[in-house]
Design a protein around this ligand. Structure first.
Ligand SMILES: [Zn+2]
Length: 338
């Protein structure tokens, strides 16, 4: 079984999004340098640099690249290269600097989960009106989102809207054919939080996009965010759904298991995303017969930033999730240098 510390328990009484203190991980690796904006600039450790520094490490996402030798990758790969560690060892180190729940939290959640099993409550969502957000929806195709705007068809198909008073892009959520909530996404970098849900909206009971997966589809691709889901849909992946976070609740796992017999986990390439992939896969493996995971070999942050052909290649090259827990697993072993 999975033994990455803290992930042995399947317990998600509440959604907790994972956070990783990337600067602490970099400190642990004894990489020093100057932080400019969010980039740590340092002498490249891969081509024995002695002059001006050319290696840049993003202190938020953990993505890095060298302008001279072209080496690049994500945070697990950096840890592996610097310490000569395996993938699993690298993830364990990253987890030491993450907000993964401690034993006490896990115990509390287990009790809450038991309570939920003993007293099951069928979740009922209230229907909401989204018409107020439809008047300024042109925002979606006039503003640049990384890797281009969504097509007009996507905006119409998924009823994407805009909230002028809060200055947030609106992604409505449907469950059982009715609108039950909205994701209000920040449109400027200084807006916090990035994603706002209605008060008392219970994300545990929602898998974004599940409503619109074709009935013939028995395989799903699970991403973190609604935007990643929409991007994959634009690329023809009609069974993409989003967890709306870095973990899946028991309720979400049940919804997925009811509907699919194969899942491909496609989380972000930032540090929390790598931890999330482990956890989502192990949770799903308990209720879905075939669980696969996508390997990140490009230095991009999330599926939304990828081109159609890269997404297609990554999905085609998925691996069975259990490979990840092999001690000698190395997702970068066959990376070709460009
Ligand atoms: Zn270099």
């Amino acid at each position: 079984m999975l033994t990455v510390a803290g992930y042995v328990e399947k317990s998600l009484a509440q959604i907790q999004d994972l956070e990783v203190d990337v600067p602490q991980v970099i400190d642990h690796l004894r990489i020093g340098g100057e932080v400019i904006q969010r980039e740590l600039v340092t002498q490249c450790i891969f081509h024995q640099e002695t002059g001006s520094p050319n290696l840049e490490i993003n202190t938020v996402t953990g993505l890095w690249h060298c302008w001279v030798c072209g080496e690049k990758g994500n945070l697990p790969r950096l840890v592996m290269r610097v310490l000569g560690a395996g993938y699993r060892e690298a993830l364990e180190l990253i987890q030491d600097y993450s907000s993964a729940p401690d034993i006490a939290t896990i115990r509390t959640r287990n009790l809450a989960e038991l309570e939920a099993i003993l007293r099951p409550v069928e979740h009922k969502f209230k229907s909401i009106d989204i018409s107020q957000y439809m008047t300024r929806r042109s925002w979606w195709w006039t503003n640049s989102i990384p890797y281009g705007t969504f097509s007009k068809q996507t905006v119409l198909d998924y009823s994407l809207g805009f909230d002028g008073s809060r200055q947030r892009a609106i992604i409505p959520i449907s469950v059982g054919g009715k609108w039950v909530g909205t994701i209000a996404r920040a449109v400027r970098s200084n807006q916090q939080p990035r994603y706002k849900y209605p008060e008392n909206f219970d994300r545990r009971h929602v898998v974004y996009g599940l409503d619109t997966v074709p009935s013939s589809s028995h395989r799903s691709v699970i991403v973190e965010g609604a935007k990643d889901c929409l991007r994959l849909r634009e690329y023809g992946c009609a069974s993409a759904v989003a967890a709306l976070g870095t973990s899946l609740s028991n309720e979400q796992c049940a919804l997925i298991a009811d509907r699919f017999d194969e899942c491909i986990v496609f989380t972000d390439n930032d540090a929390p995303g790598h931890l999330a992939a482990f956890k989502m896969c192990s949770d799903l493996a308990e209720c879905v017969s075939r669980v696969f995971v996508v390997q990140w070999r490009v230095a991009r942050k999330d599926p939304n930033e990828l081109s159609r052909s890269v997404v297609r290649r990554m999905l085609a090259n998925r691996i069975h999730w259990s490979a990840m827990i092999e001690p000698d697993y190395d997702p970068y072993a066959t990376v070709r240098r460009s």
